[in-house]
Write a protein that binds this ligand. Sequence first.
Ligand code: GRF
Length: 197
Amino acid sequence: KTVAILISGGGSNMVTLVDSMLNDPGHPGRPCLVLSNNADAGGLTKAAERGVATAVVDHRPFGKDRAAFEAELVKPILNAGADVVCLAGFMRVLTAGFVSQFEGRMLNIHPSLLPKYKGLHTHARALEAGDDRHGCTVHEVTPRLDDGPLLGQAEVPVLPGDTPEDLAARVLVQEHRLYPAVLARYLRGEHAMLRLS
Ligand code: GRF
C-alpha cells in the first residue's frame, strides 16, 4: 500500500513513519509522497533526504477559500496514487468534502487522550485541568475535527512542575512510538485499539 503523509512543520512524526516503512522490507506500506502546506516546512528536506517525493501547496494564496485550497491539495495525493493518507503535524482543518474522498483511509495523530482536548493547546489544557495522565491518539479522520474512530493511544504521566513544553516533549516521544505501530497494523487490516503505556 502506498502512503502519502501531510505535514506543516518539522515532520518528526513523518520521519518515524517513513523510516518505519523504509527500514522494514516486510512492512505493508511504502511512502509515496510528503506534502506540506508550508514551503518552509523542515520535514520537506528530511523527506527528500530519504528519497521520498515531496510537494507543497501553500494555503495562504487561497485566503478563506478552503475548498479552493483543498482542490489543489488533493492533486499531488491523487497523482501519487496514495492508498492511505497520514496527517502528521498537519495544521490545517480539512473540510468534510476533502475528508470524504479518503473515507476509511485517512489517519491523524493528535496530542491528547481523545476524546479529551480536541483542538489546540492540548498540553496546557491538561495541566490546567490538573490531569495526572496525558498522551496521544491516532484516529481515523472523519468530517468532525479530531473525532473519528480511535486506533491507538499512548499515555504519559503528568509530573509536578511540568510546563506545557515539558509535557509536549514527553508526548512527542510516544507519538513516535504509537504512529508507526498503528499504521503497520492498520495497513494489515487490524483496526482494534492499540494501547501503549
Ligand atoms: C507536534 O506538536 C505533535 O504533537 C503534533 O504535531 C506537532 C508537530 O509534529 N502531532 P511533527 O514534529 O511535525 O510531526
